[in-house]
Write a protein that binds this ligand. Structure first.
Ligand code: NIG
Ligand code: FE
Length: 428
């Protein structure tokens, strides 16, 4: 562990006497007992044993914080959410409990399409406010980066409004937002029976979304109640032509060999994957695609088919976890709960689960600057009332997050605004 180069004009914080879980290296927690970490500007400048803290590294006006043995980890990353939408689907939840299936409700015009109607009817401010409340619930648990998909507008206008609401979150809250265009989520009613024409429209509006700075990646829902592999491929071709990375809701309800298709397009991640085939695992390994497991949707839809964790692990495919927060299949607002669920339901180890919401989640977003505590990485940090990081996967319904630093600035509360206005260029 070593220092970074001198940029002494930048504000410093020295976190001392912490238990550090660095996640440096390909495996293990990277624990440092009685560790210290120095942030300079938006980044980590030094990390190591407190006893080896170099004198003169921090600026004279550096803030020094004694963590008295508390756990310090990278900020958490929720790399698959659908946070922007109108309404809720609590009534559909009751219907499912009475025996209706998710697919039956979707085919009867409910499901995603009922949220589309509520989303189109919501004002821009209503979309923003609902999403902001949900984002703050995630942030209270140490989340510093959130991926947000569109997919409940399903027209150029309404998809753009949803992506704009996601961008506004990044401007108004102390969190990084990555946006994903998911026009190919469901067929809107005005295109009933004309799925190919709808896919033409989706492909057509991607360029304008990109030009407006609204989109970081492109996703689709390839399944029996979503779109076919051929339609998905057309969306991927349009994304490729624009230089946008792709990801896919793949093999959630059935095996369409969508993961292999996505891997051929160098997908950042394939998500859900309960029905993933061996060929899909092999294709993801070759492409370096992350397997994004979503235990909230598995649980809430009362699925029984488990994702092939042993095969993914055996192949060395990086596994990430996310809330998949959405009103239909996973109204979850706790990434910590996903750690516990991934261990209990999918048999991940606590370390695998934690890597899934840090290192591997960062990779699933194509972000190389976060997810570990290493000099040069962003100073996105979470302080926990815990002795060992495995406790974060062990307890559930409990939030031990005490403090959060976002890009070198401590939030006033774990989900609150920045401590003070950012320096120009210090934040995304
Ligand atoms: O990730 N699978 C498709 N999309 C969402 C569910 C959307 C909904 O039901 O509203 C998911 O589970
Ligand atoms: Fe999803």
């Amino acid at each position: 562990m070593s220092g970074a180069g001198p940029t002494a004009d930048r504000r410093c914080t020295v976190w001392r006497h912490a238990r550090l879980a660095t996640l440096a290296g390909p495996s293990g927690w990277g624990l440092v007992e009685d560790g210290a970490l120095v942030t300079r500007g938006a980044h980590i400048a030094w990390i190591g044993p407190d006893a080896q803290l170099p004198s003169g590294l921090a600026t004279p006006d550096a803030h020094e914080q004694d963590l008295r043995g508390a756990l310090l980890t990278p900020g958490l990353i929720d790399a698959h959410t659908h946070l922007v939408y109108g309404g809720d689907r609590a009534g559909e939840f009751e219907l499912r409990l009475q025996g209706a299936t998710y697919e039956e409700i979707a085919r009867a015009g409910g499901g995603i399409r009922s949220t589309v109607a509520a989303t189109r009817a919501a004002s821009d401010d209503e979309l923003f406010t609902g999403a902001a409340q949900r984002a703050q619930a995630l942030m209270a648990e140490g989340v510093t980066t959130i991926e947000i998909k569109s997919g409940y507008g399903l027209s150029e206008l309404h998809e753009g409004r949803c992506l704009a609401a996601a961008r506004r979150l990044a401007r108004e809250l102390a969190v990084t937002v990555r946006t994903t265009s998911l026009g190919a989520h469901a067929l809107p009613p005005e295109y009933a029976g004309r799925a190919d024409a709808y896919i033409d429209a989706v492909c057509g509006w991607l360029g304008a979304q990109q030009a407006a700075g609204l989109v970081d990646a492109v996703d689709a829902f390839c399944d029996t109640i979503g779109f076919t592999p051929e339609q998905t491929q057309r969306v991927f071709e349009a994304a490729r032509a624009l230089g946008l990375p792709v990801k896919l809701h793949a093999e959630q309800l059935s095996n369409q060999e969508g993961a292999a298709l996505a891997a051929r397009y160098g997908a950042l991640s394939c998500d859900h994957l309960e029905h993933l085939s061996d060929a899909g695992v092999a294709a993801m390994r070759t492409a370096g695609t992350v397997a994004m497991l979503l235990p909230g949707a598995f649980y809430f839809l009362r699925e029984t088919k488990l994702p092939p964790v042993a095969a993914l692990r055996g192949a060395g495919v990086p596994i990430a976890l996310a809330t998949d927060h959405n009103p239909g299949s996973s109204p979850a607002l706790s990434l910590l709960l996903m750690l516990n669920m991934a261990c209990t339901l999918f048999r991940l180890t606590p370390e695998e689960a934690f890597r899934g919401v840090t290192v591997h989640a960062a990779r699933a977003l194509g972000l190389a600057d976060r997810g570990t505590l290493v000099p040069g990485q962003r100073a996105d940090l979470a302080v926990w009332d815990a002795e060992h990081p495995r406790e974060l996967a062990y307890r559930f319904g409990h939030n031990p997050c005490r403090r959060v630093m976002f890009g070198g600035f401590e939030r006033l509360t774990p989900s609150g605004p920045r401590e003070r206005a950012p320096e120009a260029g210090a934040l995304p």
